[in-house]
Design a protein around this ligand. Structure first.
Ligand SMILES: [Zn+2]
Length: 63
């Protein structure tokens, strides 16, 4: 794994890779803080893609 997930841009909580759709094998990234509980709401086929997208989003909120 070459890239690490940055903390949640909203609450600073820990982020993690979560299953987006088990049938298609897609993943997304979400915040582990239950009170925040945001996810990217977008599916990726590899962990790396999801991580890159998440990290880019934490740097730049224009999505
Ligand atoms: Zn959060």
């Amino acid at each position: 794994m070459s890239e690490e997930l940055k903390p949640c841009p909203f609450c600073g909580g820990k982020a993690e890779i979560i299953m987006f759709n088990a049938e298609y094998g897609t993943v997304t990234v979400g915040c582990t803080n239950e009170e925040c509980d945001i996810t990217m709401g977008k599916a990726f086929f590899t962990d790396e893609e999801a991580i890159q997208h998440w990290n880019r989003r934490t740097n730049n909120e224009n999505n």
